[in-house]
Design a protein around this ligand. Structure first.
Ligand SMILES: C[S@@+](CC[C@H](N)C(=O)[O-])C[C@H]1O[C@@H](n2cnc3c(N)ncnc32)[C@H](O)[C@@H]1O
Length: 196
């Protein structure tokens, strides 16, 4: 149970939130690289999961929130899309089992005192389950970490680079996007990375 369970139960904004520009971008990258198995890490109610699909690939959505995943399963009409409740720090997937990973809005959820360790655990899992030359599209809230926000950890450019230093950066940018509450003032840092 995390704070998102309550949010998914009580806040109807999540049900009507449009997909982000980042997911449209990620789909084009996954299509161009002909990725056949994609993981949506921290998928919530599956807002973006289906948007990443095409007929030739399998998609797996992972989240800690049972309630979020229940909505995701209800909303999913695709047979090649599966949802798994698990902690992103301890994934049960085999090594090198995905050729694409999409992760929008998960890493800034790490707000406890041990966030640094948790971030390392998640990035190690991403590296482990991604194929060689597999692609990661990663987006996280960007801002002034000193000011912060009550429930999230904003990332600076430097924090983002530190978190992804084991991967090859193909490109990186800062933009406004649509968050899972439907808000369009979601200032993010987005990167596209390859596993060496
Ligand atoms: C900001 S929401 C983003 C949801 C989705 N990516 C979207 O954009 O609609 C963050 C999600 O991360 C999930 N989450 C937080 N910590 C997690 C963890 N350790 N493992 C897996 N999911 C986690 C939450 O349950 C929540 O659904």
């Amino acid at each position: 149970m995390n704070r998102w369970d309550d949010f998914y139960k009580e806040d109807s904004r999540v049900l009507s939130a449009p997909i982000s520009a980042t997911s449209v971008y990620a789909k084009s990258i996954f299509d161009s690289k002909k990725c056949s198995r994609i993981l949506d890490l921290g998928c919530g109610i599956g807002r973006e999961t289906l948007a990443l699909s095409n007929n030739n690939r399998e998609i797996v959505g992972v989240d800690l929130s049972f309630y979020g995943l229940s909505l995701a399963c209800k909303n999913s009409k695709m047979q090649n899309c599966n949802f798994v409740q698990t902690d992103a720090r301890f994934l049960s997937f085999k090594d090198n089992s995905f050729d694409g990973i999409y992760c929008f809005g998960l890493l800034h959820e790490l707000t406890s005192n041990t966030w640094h360790k948790q971030l390392e655990q998640i990035m190690n899992e991403i590296l482990r389950i991604l194929n060689k030359k597999g692609v990661l599209v990663l987006a996280v809230l960007f801002g002034l970490p000193k000011n912060g926000l009550p429930h999230v950890r904003l990332f600076s450019n430097e924090m983002f680079d530190n978190a992804t230093h084991d991967l090859i950066c193909e490109n990186k940018c800062i933009l406004y996007d649509i968050g899972c509450t439907g808000s369009t003032d979601y200032r993010i840092i987005r990167g596209t990375f390859l596993k060496p």
